[in-house]
Ligand binder design. Structure first.
Ligand code: SAH
Length: 367
């Protein structure tokens, strides 16, 4: 529960997040700086501090005259979010952060450190409007879209923690980003694509991360999937399929009543073709619901000979859920059916379960 009084600074409902450097293209940054009466090249200096040095304390901007620093910082780097709490597990190598945004809205991000890489899972919306019955975020509906800067800043904060050695294992760099936190990224299309540009534009315009290390996960908003293919980016697309047949998928992923399995898969293959990257098919294994051998066989027949990889996720039951993860023998048989058809498949390791790691659960507990 929020501490009484903590929300007294909340902005009125419907107010826009403050405009931030990370919302702007390099050209827009120069205009914003000029509007303050500063030299346009200061935009590049501030960008270098924020994106390349991860430094937002103007006291350290020694290349900018002291008189200009605070003006630039307060205009371009307003406070976007504050940490409500961190929760860690797996020997502190998985850390989930609950953020409070300027209007009191809560969102989550998760940092996962593996021996050979670091992945961050970030939110694109506060809440979600897609209403998938097994997902904690879906239960509360959509609060609002995040701004580009609110998305980017989750990553900047994680990169700072890694650099500063806050995560056990010594200082490290971030390798992968997955849009698998709260929200449906393709329902907040422009802000998400803007965020991908900021994350991947070379320093100092952006963070200089690799597009190949970014995964956008979607319920299957077909027009937006085509639009994303047209961006000609190298980000990976993950499609949350969860059932190979419309009858079941209509109930597990309600947007399927609008865009059917066949249409969604066609859009995925188009994306694979355009990006040159395998599409990841996400499939949460739910006991006796979608884990039958015949469904695995049907799934395999629909996927085989395409540029694809199946990611099976043991269901992480939400509080009060009537559903649970599949039996080990059913999971094994599901894998076997896919392999029989030559479809590449892995079972996702389920990190962070004891910290309500499943999508949306930490924010739900706070509410
Ligand atoms: N809206 C996007 C991204 C957010 S969810 C999407 O649906 O793809 C990221 C992934 O976690 C999705 O594949 C989603 O279906 C899955 N997921 C949600 N709740 C889950 C749960 N309780 N157990 C296992 N996977 C879950």
């Amino acid at each position: 529960m929020p501490v009484p009084g903590e929300l007294t600074f909340a902005a009125p409902r419907g107010a826009k997040p403050p405009r931030h450097l990370a919302d702007l293209t390099p050209g827009e940054r120069r205009e914003a700086v000029a509007a303050l009466g500063e030299k346009p090249f200061r935009a590049g200096q501030v960008s270098r501090h924020y994106f390349a040095r991860l430094a937002d304390d103007p006291a350290h901007w020694t290349d900018i005259p002291a008189a200009s620093r605070d003006r630039l910082a307060s205009d371009l780097l307003p406070d976007l979010m504050s940490v409500v709490r961190h929760v860690s597990c797996d020997g502190d190598t998985t850390r989930k952060t609950l953020w409070r945004l300027f209007d009191g809205t809560l969102v989550e991000s998760v940092l996962m450190r593996y021996p050979d890489r670091v992945t961050m899972c970030i939110s694109s919306q506060a809440g979600c409007g897609m209403n998938c019955p097994f997902c904690a975020t879906g239960q509360a509906g959509l609060t609002r879209n995040l701004s580009t800067a609110e998305i980017v800043h989750q990553i900047v904060a994680g990169m700072r923690s890694l650099r500063d050695g806050e995560i056990p294992g010594g200082a490290a760099r971030l390798n992968n980003i997955v849009f698998m936190g709260m929200g449906e990224p393709l329902a907040n299309y422009k802000k998400v694509v803007g965020a991908i540009r900021r994350l991947t534009d070379p320093e100092p315009d952006g963070l200089g991360l690799s597009q190949r290390g970014i995964t956008v996960s979607t319920v299957g908003l077909v027009p937006a999937m085509h639009r994303l293919a047209d961006e000609d980016m190298k980000v990976r697309l993950a499609l949350s399929l969860h059932a190979p047949d419309d009858e079941l998928r209509d109930t597990l992923v309600p947007v399927n009543t609008r865009w059917k399995v066949s249409e969604v898969l066609d859009a995925a293959w188009n994306y694979a073709e355009r990006s040159g990257r395998r599409v990841s098919i996400e499939y949460a294994l739910i006991k006796d619901i979608n884990d039958q051998a015949w469904r695995a066989d049907l799934l395999a027949r629909k996927l085989k000979n395409h540029r694809v990889h199946v990611n099976l996720i043991p269901l992480n039951p939400t509080p009060g859920s009537k559903w649970t993860a599949s039996r080990p023998e059913d999971e094994r048989e599901f894998v076997r059916q896919l392999e029989k058809h030559g479809v590449p498949v892995t079972v996702r390791d389920t990190r962070g379960q004891e910290i309500d790691g499943a999508c949306g659960q930490l924010a739900a507990a706070e509410r």
